[in-house]
Design a protein around this ligand. Structure first.
Ligand SMILES: Nc1ncnc2c1ncn2[C@@H]1O[C@H](COP(=O)(O)OP(=O)(O)OP(=O)(O)O)[C@@H](O)[C@H]1O
Ligand SMILES: [Mg+2]
Length: 350
């Protein structure tokens, strides 16, 4: 038998592997209908040439915030040419300059060379003000110099600004001049229950794989794992990896052994990424692992009293940006608040 015979035969379990990419936009976004209606309600005044309502969306990772919002923006784009929907990921476009370049790209403004941020803004303003704007800044906590919002709020007439983040209390950090102009509606995305996780995975399986590769038992197993992790993105990863594992052993079905293989890989992947850390980061992660649910100030005391709290917090922020730790803001009543630090479930569980 030749080395590539199996690769040439057309016996893949995957029908449409793209459907498992993180960026894939499914046609339907079930279980988030209420949220999509709410987002649409904030946008609707723009159809009457009135100012829209701004919106702050928060919730844990991998629970459909991005996919549901994009679904609304896509539908808006199909409905009207008078409202300009612009989606920007603040992780990738993390400065006002990059955000404005992206807006130029979307509206087809080409004379961007040698223009500074403010000049770009002034250049695109007449284009935007001819229409209404829905600007979605996803992962908004990653954007540096968020004061750019001030200009958007002041100089664009009819708009809805949608801000998405994992951080429930992100708004509190905003400058009061921005906050008082933004006055957003608040929309929390709650985690999915087991039936919803199973429903989403089932739908995606139908798109991604040929029929009948998953039996009920395997689907339930996978849905259980995904539900425990609380993150549908990890569920998509497990689907893809278990499909690869089944193909590797030339099976026509994805079985529990394949799902276990995929889980193993998820585990190794995480360990590998922690090997890439420098030694200070590793010892900080160890400290967090051994002192779960401590606040940032408590950890600072335990870590190294020679560095200031501010630099310590910066180190924690770096780990959070690498998605290696989670923050949870807890209210102490009477206006007080602490930030608790923990390892994300993904790291903890394996
Ligand atoms: N209701 C749903 N229907 C179909 N697919 C979904 C649904 N919810 C989540 N997904 C899928 O799960 C994955 C994660 O969803 P999404 O990217 O929207 O999460 P998120 O809440 O924006 O997470 P993060 O805060 O990490 O950005 C995506 O691949 C998305 O397609
Ligand atoms: Mg997202």
């Amino acid at each position: 038998m030749g080395l590539f015979d199996d690769a040439k035969s057309n016996s893949s379990l995957f029908l449409n592997p793209v459907a498992l990419d993180y960026e894939y936009q499914p046609k339907m976004v079930p279980y988030r209908e209420n949220q999509q209606h709410f987002i649409a309600t904030c946008i609707k005044p723009l159809f009457q040439k009135r100012n829209g309502r701004n919106l702050f969306i928060f919730g844990k990772p991998g629970i459909g915030k991005t996919v549901a919002t994009k679904h609304v923006l896509n539908e808006l784009e199909e409905q009207t040419d008078d409202i300009l929907p612009i989606y920007i990921n603040g992780w990738r476009k993390n400065t006002p300059y990059k955000i404005l370049l992206e807006i130029c790209e979307v509206i087809g403004y080409k004379f961007t060379q040698n223009k500074k941020t403010e000049e770009l803004f002034q250049a695109v303003l007449p284009f935007i003000n001819k229409k209404a704007l829905v600007l979605c800044l996803d992962e908004v906590d990653k954007v540096k110099e968020i004061d750019i919002l001030y200009s958007f709020l002041e100089d664009i007439y009819n708009k809805t600004i949608i801000l998405i983040t994992n951080e429930k209390y992100w708004l509190d950090k905003l400058d009061t001049r921005i906050k008082s102009r933004l006055l957003p509606e608040i929309l929390e995305f709650k985690t999915y229950n087991f039936e919803e996780v199973q429903g989403i995975l089932k739908q995606r399986i139908e798109h991604a794989f040929i029929p009948n590769v998953f039996d009920n038992e395997s689907l339930k197993n996978l849905a259980n794992k995904t539900f425990d992790l609380g993150d549908l993105r990890t569920g998509m990863y497990l689907l893809k990896e278990s499909g690869d594992a089944a193909e590797l052993r030339q099976s026509k079905k994805i079985e529990i052994v394949d799902i276990d293989k995929a889980l193993d890989k998820l585990n190794k992947f995480k360990i590998k990424s922690s090997e890439d850390l420098n030694s200070e980061q590793s010892s900080l992660l160890d400290l967090i692992e051994n002192n779960q649910d401590k606040s940032t100030t408590e950890l600072h005391k335990l870590f190294n009293s020679k560095i200031s709290y501010k630099s310590f917090k910066r180190r924690l922020d770096d780990l959070k940006n690498a998605k290696l730790i989670d923050f949870e803001e807890k209210s102490l009543g009477a206006g007080g608040r602490v930030t608790k630090v923990s390892l994300p479930k993904k790291l903890n569980e394996f």
